[in-house]
Structure formats: C-alpha cells, structure tokens
Design a protein around this ligand. Structure first.
Ligand code: HEC
Ligand code: HEC
Length: 382
C-alpha cells in the first residue's frame, strides 16, 4: 500500500509542471488578494514610514540598531513591501517559485521537505539554508542587498531576468503605489532588493534554552557583584529566566557532549552556532566521481560554510544537498567521523558515542536549540 502510494506520488510529480505546486506555504499566497484601497490607506498612515529597530531576543545583542545599515533604515512600510515580494512568484523567471518556495517559513525559512531540483543539467539539488539572523552576518562589504540580488538572478534560485521582473511589477498598481511612496523612484533593481532585504532583516530567532544557559554564564562568579545591588538584581533576573527555560537533564548532558567529547563547537560556535567558516565534512563527496561537488564554495576542497543550528529540528533535510534526512542520521554521520575524503577536516574523527550519548545529543539539538522566532502572517499580494 505504502509502495503504491509512493509510486502515485512519484508519477504525479513527474507529470505536474511544478513539482512544488500546492504543497508549500508559498503556494497559499495568491496575487490580487490585496485591494488597492487597503494599500492606499496603509501608506497614508505616517507611522508606517517611521524608522524602527526590531525587538531582539535573549542570546542576540540586546540592541540591534548597530547592525542596521544607517543609510537604509527599516520602516514598517518597507518591511511589508519586502514581505509581499518575498512571497510573490512573479519575481521568478517563469512565475513558478517565490523566495518562500525554497525558504519556507514552516521550516524555519529553510528548504523543507523536498530538495529543489537543480535548474542546470547535471546540477545537484540544493537544500536552501534557513534565513535567520542574517543581519548579524552582514558587513559593509557584504550587505544583504548584494546577496539578495544574487538570489534574484541565480539559476539555482529565482533565475529572474531583471528587466522583465521590473516590468511585471510596474504593471501592478498596488506595487507601483508602494514603491513610489517608500522609495520615491520608479521600481528598479535597487528598490526591489532593498525592500526584500528589509524584510529579511526582521527574520530573527533567539531565546532558546541554550541562549538562557549562555546568558547565565556571565554570572559565573557572583562574588564579584558584592556591593552592586543593581547588578545582583539583574543577575537574579537572568538566573530566574534560565530556570524558567531550562532544558531537560538529558538535553543538558547532550549540551556537554556537544561542547566536549563530540567536538561540535569546534565549528558550531558563537551566537548562531556557526563559526562562519567553510569546512570539508565529506558531504556531497562521491569517491571516484570527478566534479561531484560543483557547488562547493571551493570545489577543489569540497568546503561548505558551517550553517546556523538554531531551530535545527525544523530545518530537515540536512546538509547543503539535503542528503541526511534526520538529526539521527546527522549524529550517526558525525559519530562515524564523516566520510573518507582527501580534504576531510581534521576536526572530524570517530567519536565513539554510545546509544545514550546519541540520544542526549539529539535531545540537545531538538530542545536546547529550539527558540522563539519573529512570526509573520502570510501576506496578501497586490
Ligand atoms: C529554488 C530555491 C531557491 C529560491 C527560489 C530562493 N533561494 Fe535563496 N538560497 C537557495 C539555496 C540552495 C541557497 C544556498 C546556496 C548558496 O548559498 O549558493 C540559498 C541562499 C540564500 C541566501 C544566503 C543565506 C546565507 O545564510 O548565506 C539568501 C540571503 C537567500 N538565499 C535569499 C533568497 C531570496 C531573497 C530569494 C527570493 C528573491 C531566494 N533566496 C530564493 C535556494 C533558493
Ligand atoms: C569541521 C567542522 C564541523 C564540526 C566539528 C561539526 N560540524 Fe556540523 N556542520 C559543519 C558544516 C561545514 C556543515 C554544512 C555541511 C554541508 O552543508 O554540506 C555542518 C552541518 C551540520 C548540520 C546540518 C544543518 C542543516 O541545517 O543542514 C547539523 C545538524 C550539524 N552540522 C550538527 C553537528 C553536530 C551535532 C556536530 C558534533 C557531533 C557537528 N555538527 C560537528 C561543520 C562542522
């Protein structure tokens, strides 16, 4: 029975023009559902044009203003326009996918169930990474606008022909009105990527049990605070919060393994549990098949950037190619020391974890790293 069903699904997928049709969050958003009068009413409210700084979460820097580009402040109107564009399939070449098709809110803004098919012959499917806390990684040399422009044109993402996209948006009155009111210029590449980036800067996540644990570490030595009643009060608040968000004892064991015997923090460290560097973990490597890694940031060495592990339970499948389907598989993979590869990172070695250790590590990944995220309703589109 199960096999028969699978068979039907496969045939269905082959016949359907769009393999993702109506299975993803993005497919629930339809153009034309936002009336022009609503857009006009919204734009007439001065408050939506005032700059704002998004609220932070425990675990992230408490004041995010330093992470926002001074010359491109966030406003509610800009973020709302970016949200519409993010979910709008009219931004892709053939109108079949929006950013949210691959960066699906239901899967922590990552690829989710299926790994999108490669858009070029011989190009393996890639699992889209979770778009969270991107503003913490930005720098003046690598603004989010530049990466967003790449997403619009890349053959593995939207593959858009920019002049066509601009023309399509120009033809939609609700968009014309918003771009004019927010940017004061005709719709162009800069204003599109600026609105999309504004929205993505609000995709924040923090407040996991692990974050509360880390926050409490600052008070390792309460003796230092004697004579500073304000600081002691603050310490007590932080420690209370930790108690209220404590992970299970099993996950705490997993946390110790993550940092110790399992060696995960060698690469998964910092605010988002990523060192921001690229490593070869043996993924995507098929011994003997030359050029098996066309997507590696450095294809000679098969290195990929360490991803964030925030809310990792929601972002299956795993690794850039989605080749590991569950966190159990990921743990087994690391426990075996990765895969033989001439360039394998020296940090990967067989770990000798027993069943209990693996269960604890899994509990930490699931519970300890599950945080709160800025939520967003699905937009209506002009
Ligand atoms: C067909 C699937 C697909 C679509 C559609 C798509 N992306 Fe992506 N995106 C990916 C993949 C795969 C990667 C990772 C590969 C890479 O970095 O080259 C990625 C990476 C990114 C990154 C870098 C994330 C990081 O942590 O460095 C950003 C930002 C991004 N996409 C934004 C967007 C935006 C904005 C859109 C819509 C304009 C979009 N993507 C549409 C698949 C997609
Ligand atoms: C040598 C550095 C390194 C070490 C050590 C390491 N990782 Fe990773 N991790 C990476 C890189 C790089 C990737 C991305 C690989 C890819 O995309 O092909 C990754 C991917 C992952 C993913 C998939 C995330 C996703 O969204 O796809 C998980 C889960 C993960 N690691 C957990 C762990 C755990 C648990 C440990 C300890 C047992 C660990 N890692 C040790 C570098 C490392």
């Amino acid at each position: 029975m199960v096999r028969a069903l699978l068979c039907c699904l496969l045939i269905g997928a082959l016949l359907a023009p769009n393999p993702f049709a109506d299975r993803r969050t993005a497919d629930r958003v339809r153009p034309g559902s936002l009336p022009v009068e609503t857009v006009l009413g919204w734009l007439a409210n001065q408050n939506v044009h005032e700059p704002f700084v998004p609220a932070s979460f425990v675990g992230l820097p408490s004041d995010l203003s330093a992470f926002l580009p001074a010359d491109r402040p966030l406003t509610q109107a800009k973020v709302e326009l970016g949200r519409q564009l993010f979910f709008d399939k009219r931004l892709s070449r053939h109108g079949q996918s929006s950013c949210a098709t691959c960066h699906d809110p239901e899967f922590g803004w990552s690829g989710g169930r299926d790994v999108p098919l490669g858009r070029r012959p011989g190009h393996p499917g890639l699992d889209a990474p979770a778009l969270v806390n991107l503003l913490l990684e930005e720098s003046p040399e690598h603004p989010l606008e530049a990466r967003t422009l790449e997403a619009l044109t890349s053959p593995t993402e939207m593959y858009a022909h920019l002049p066509h996209i601009i023309e399509r948006l120009q033809n939609v009155e609700g968009y014309r009105l918003q771009f004019a009111a927010i940017f004061g210029v005709p719709i162009d590449v800069d204003s599109i990527s600026s609105a999309l980036s504004a929205f993505q800067r609000t995709l924040l996540s923090g407040g996991s049990p692990n974050d509360y644990e880390v926050a409490a570490l600052a008070f390792d030595d309460p003796a230092e605070l004697v004579g500073h009643p304000g600081a002691i009060r603050h310490m007590n608040e932080v420690l209370d919060e930790r108690e209220r968000h404590r992970m299970s004892p099993q996950a705490e064991v997993g946390r110790a393994l993550f940092q110790g015997q399992a060696g995960c923090t060698q690469c998964h460290s910092g605010v988002d549990l990523s060192d921001g560097l690229s490593h070869n973990t043996g993924i995507g490597w098929n011994a003997g098949i030359a050029g098996a890694e066309p997507d590696a940031e450095d294809s000679a060495t098969g290195k990929y950037r360490t991803p964030s592990l925030r809310n990792v339970a929601a972002t299956a499948p795993y690794m850039h190619d989605g080749s590991l389907t569950s966190l159990e598989d990921v743990i087994d993979y690391y426990d075996a020391g990765g895969r033989t590869h001439p360039e394998l990172s020296e940090h990967l070695k067989p770990l000798g974890l027993d069943a209990q250790d693996k269960a604890a590590l899994l509990a930490f990944l699931r519970e300890g790293l599950a945080g709160k995220s800025a939520t967003t309703d699905l937009p209506r589109l002009p």
